[in-house]
Design a protein around this ligand. Structure first.
Ligand SMILES: [Ca+2]
Ligand SMILES: [Ca+2]
Length: 609
């Protein structure tokens, strides 16, 4: 309903906060998923996840069929380090051109890669270029004073007492000399001033893109490559290196995708952004958490405003370096759903961290936020038939894929629904983002649109219920008239009247509720505009039989022929995507209804003559 007084006041505010989306990356529109291979799925029973195990779970992420909605709808996976390494996490590499034998061999990796590509899933791998392991042959030879390899790392003859960016020891002793390692003595920094280092790294990147066929890289700790004197981060040579690295990767594969970890304030990200397709947006990502934790989306609005004005980006809730979001939110499922709603309706490329969709718990130390994936109620949650490399969370019997998949109100189904909605709606994955001011600051409202498509998202970031949230909207085409809006989360419909291209809404919001409103121009039940499910009936009108085709339903459906007042004349079940229905000897207007076990249904009018 239109409330003219406040509608006028809010009009100016609404208009002043719109942004235009910018550059398109090679993975535009995809939803991404971060995987720790060691913890995802063990195939050979040694208790450690591997490439074969990952391949066996690809259908879970995306079965490759755009007409099924039982998978998660993932279009890109980021594999945490897969190179050989003495550590469990792999962020200290011993061979840049090989895969970790604990995960499988190169043939198994390539087979998994091909299986992912068949499903439309792109695969990027972590590259850790700032440092290696002390076990890397380069360092072993360097420490032994090999004439070619000595300068692969930085050595000093005398102890240097200067400390690192966060006050840590950065010079470490070895054989009476000292080498530089910004993170840890076990991770010596490579010396990028020495041309053979740079050449080796470029050669390695070319190998993965051209010979192996990965789709790009997630680049670790990109700010630390070069250091001189007291400049230990953000050295101009570091920025220049990444520009050259990006240009080279694009010549080897024009669709290569590079996403960088720049764990810094937004003005720093802005400096790095042109040298990658994306940087991870720690401001927006942190803003998602504080919005829900504080019931106040102001910081998130500000972070989005800055990011949208300056660069394209990737975002997330938490990653492998941070306490898992289910632990941050005390396993409050409503808060977890609200955070997922923010992430999956935002601009940027959203990254899920594996297990987030089943509310996996985990707080530091790091090993505890990288535990085995929770697949089912069976022993070790279906992760391994052996003994897991790391204990599982004790609550896996309740929080696992199989259990949550069967519960239509679960966090898992919330993620699935939102990802498929995002995949389907260009307005959401690539459209303009316009912040809408309402009478309730705690409710974040966004108008996402592209030409011919409007989506309005409302997320209550607070634990309070609101009886009346009032705001003003317009359509992308500025059309006026009478419309029906449908909330795809609750299936509620609202009639709106737009006499002058603006229309007011007054909706209630439950604690942490999400509403996603789309225009539903249906005059009856037979026109489910924007629905993820639909059906075709032909011929129509028909006389003795009709063919019914449907999509968007999982597995078994029931098919009903109904009278206009809901009386069921025929009820059949089917498992394929079509059915030939013999019609009764009658005439008139009827409904065909297709529905599934979850209660999802679509109707179509059928005229029998
Ligand atoms: Ca294994
Ligand atoms: Ca460095």
């Amino acid at each position: 309903m239109l409330k003219k007084l406040w509608a006028k006041t809010l009009l100016t505010l609404t208009l002043s906060l719109s942004f235009i989306s910018i550059a398109q990356s090679p993975i535009q529109g995809k939803t991404a998923y971060e995987i720790f291979v060691r913890s995802f799925q063990d195939f050979n029973g040694d208790g450690k996840g591997d490439f074969d195990g990952l391949q066996s779970r690809l259908d879970y992420l995306n079965d490759g069929n755009p007409n099924t909605y039982s998978d998660l709808g993932i279009g890109l996976i980021w594999l945490m380090p897969i190179n050989p390494s003495p550590s469990y996490h792999g962020y200290d590499v011993t061979n840049y051109k090989a895969v970790n034998p604990e995960y499988g061999d190169m043939e198994q990796f390539k087979e998994m890669l091909a299986a992912a590509h068949q499903r439309g899933i792109k695969v990027i791998m972590d590259l850790v270029l700032n440092h290696t392991s002390t076990n890397h042959p380069w360092f072993v030879k360097s420490a032994a004073n090999d004439s070619f390899y000595r300068d692969f790392y930085r050595w000093e003859n005398t102890a240097i007492n200067s400390s690192g960016p966060w006050g840590q020891q950065v010079w470490h002793s070895k054989n009476g000399k000292y080498y530089y390692g910004v993170f840890w003595s076990g991770m010596p920094d490579l010396n990028y001033n020495y041309k053979p280092v740079r050449d080796s790294i470029f050669d390695m990147a070319k190998f993965w893109l051209k010979e192996v066929g990965v789709d790009g890289f997630r680049l670790d700790a990109v700010t630390y490559l070069y250091e001189e004197g007291n400049t230990l981060k953000h050295h101009p040579k570091t920025l220049a290196f990444w520009k050259e690295f990006k240009d080279s990767c694009k010549t080897w594969n024009p669709n290569a995708y590079l996403v960088a970890e720049v764990w810094d304030p937004q003005d720093v990200i802005k400096q790095y952004a042109p040298n990658f397709d994306h940087c991870f947006e720690f401001g927006v990502s942190g803003g998602n958490l504080t919005a829900i934790n504080e019931g106040n989306p102001n910081n998130l609005r500000n972070a989005l405003t800055y990011a949208l004005a300056n660069y394209d980006f990737s975002n997330f809730l938490t990653n492998h370096d941070q306490d898992r979001i289910a632990s941050v939110f005390g396993n409050n499922q409503d808060k977890l759903k609200a955070a997922a709603s923010l992430l999956l309706t935002q601009p940027g490329t959203p990254y899920l961290y594996y297990g987030e969709e089943v509310a996996m718990l985990g707080a530091k130390p790091d090993e505890n936020i990288r535990r085995p994936m929770q697949w089912s109620t069976s022993s070790y949650a279906g992760f391994t038939t052996g003994f897991p490399w790391r204990p599982l969370n004790t609550n896996y019997a309740q929080y696992n894929v199989a259990t949550l998949k069967a519960d239509s109100n679960s966090i898992w189904n919330h993620y699935r629904k939102l990802i498929h909605f995002r995949n389907q709606y260009e307005a959401v994955h690539s459209g303009v983002y316009k912040n809408i001011i309402s009478t309730q600051n705690e409710v974040l409202i966004a108008h996402r649109y592209v030409k011919g498509q409007d989506v309005y998202v409302m997320v209550n970031t607070s634990g309070n219920a609101f009886e009346s949230v009032q705001f003003t909207l317009s359509r992308e085409d500025n059309k006026n008239g009478n419309f029906q809006l449908k909330d795809v989360m609750s299936n509620q419909s609202f009639n709106v009247s737009s006499p002058n291209s603006f229309f007011g809404l007054n909706l209630n919001m439950q604690p942490y509720q999400t509403r996603i409103l789309i225009f539903d121009n249906a005059t009856g039940l037979d026109n489910q505009v924007g629905s993820t499910r639909n059906l075709n009936v032909y011929p129509n009108p028909a006389s003795d039989k009709v063919r019914i085709d449907w999509f968007g339903f999982s597995q078994q459906v029931s098919i009903e022929l109904m009278t206009l007042d809901g009386k069921v004349l025929i009820n059949e079940s089917a498992e394929n995507n079509f059915f030939e229905l013999n019609l009764p000897k009658t005439t008139g207007v009827y409904f065909i209804k297709v529905s599934d076990y979850s209660g999802n249904s679509v109707y179509k009018k059928l005229v029998i003559q």
